[in-house]
Design a protein around this ligand. Structure first.
Ligand code: ZN
Ligand code: FE
Length: 256
């Protein structure tokens, strides 16, 4: 299967814009639509015509651009069934267990609620690529706004169980702040220490810190590591359940 082209750009203050393009079919999808102008400029830069918007959740910083982009291009808008009432302009609604085609590629849907109640993530298995919105960030995770910690933990585990070499695309560039926080939870993790230095250097050169990868997150993202003894002991939670340790880490991040 041929490789999809990916074009990333920053928009709003800290949202990642992501376009994926299939050369054979000429299709181009925007992952979410944070800002119509920014997506339009990115399309023009690449010479691509928008055919799809794939929506992860209903927040304005992921949906504000839908109406304008759809009316200009006639693109098809696919998004979470459970948030259909909150997202204007959806042409097709999907939930876990559903798949749809993007040119020759199959896109699988995962329900990843917690940040919002109906948040979905999109996986393209033949590309080893997943779009996780505001569920997981590089070395971080989304705020639990409409769900509870157990729900978010279950969602993060779905992402963690994807093949180890799956590339992950997230909704926001929060990486440096996440790394700084992660080091307060697991200062003895050498891989985390090295990666924190790496992402600071990337941002200093104005480069983006994603995609990340499942195996890298498993090694460095404290929100995927509540089972690690050093973390449990540091938090005084040696005998708690994984989701309880996760909840404590999330609480600490909220207060950080
Ligand atoms: Zn959001
Ligand atoms: Fe967001």
């Amino acid at each position: 299967m041929s490789r999809l082209d990916v074009h990333q750009f920053m928009c709003r203050s800290d949202n990642f814009g992501v376009l994926i393009h299939d050369r054979e079919s000429g299709l181009t999808a925007s992952i979410d639509a944070p800002d119509a102008d920014a997506v339009r400029r990115a399309l023009a830069e690449k010479g691509w015509r928008l055919s799809h918007i794939l929506v992860t959740h209903h927040h304005a910083d992921h949906t504000d651009g839908i109406a304008a982009l759809k009316s200009e291009t006639g693109c098809k808008v696919i998004g979470p069934k459970a948030e259909a009432a909150k997202i204007q302009g959806l042409d097709e609604v999907v939930a876990e267990g559903n798949s749809f085609k993007f040119g020759p590629h199959r896109v699988d849907v995962l329900d990843t609620p917690g940040h919002t109640a109906g948040h979905i993530s999109l996986v393209i298995p033949d590309q080893k690529m997943a779009f996780v919105g505001d569920t997981l960030f590089v070395m971080g995770c989304g705020r639990i706004i409409e769900g509870d910690p157990q729900m978010m933990w279950t969602s993060l585990q779905k992402i963690a169980r994807l093949p180890a070499d799956t590339e992950l695309y997230c909704g926001h560039e929060y990486t440096v702040a996440n790394a700084r926080f992660a080091l307060t939870i697991e200062p003895g993790n050498d891989k985390l220490v090295a990666r924190a230095a790496e992402v600071v250097a990337l941002r200093a050169r104005d480069q983006l810190t994603q995609p990340t990868r499942v195996d890298i997150e498993l090694e460095t993202n404290p929100f995927l590591r509540p089972a690690v003894l050093a973390i449990r002991e540091r938090l005084g939670m040696a005998d708690k359940k994984d989701w309880e340790v996760f909840a404590e880490i999330r609480e600490r991040k909220n207060r950080s």
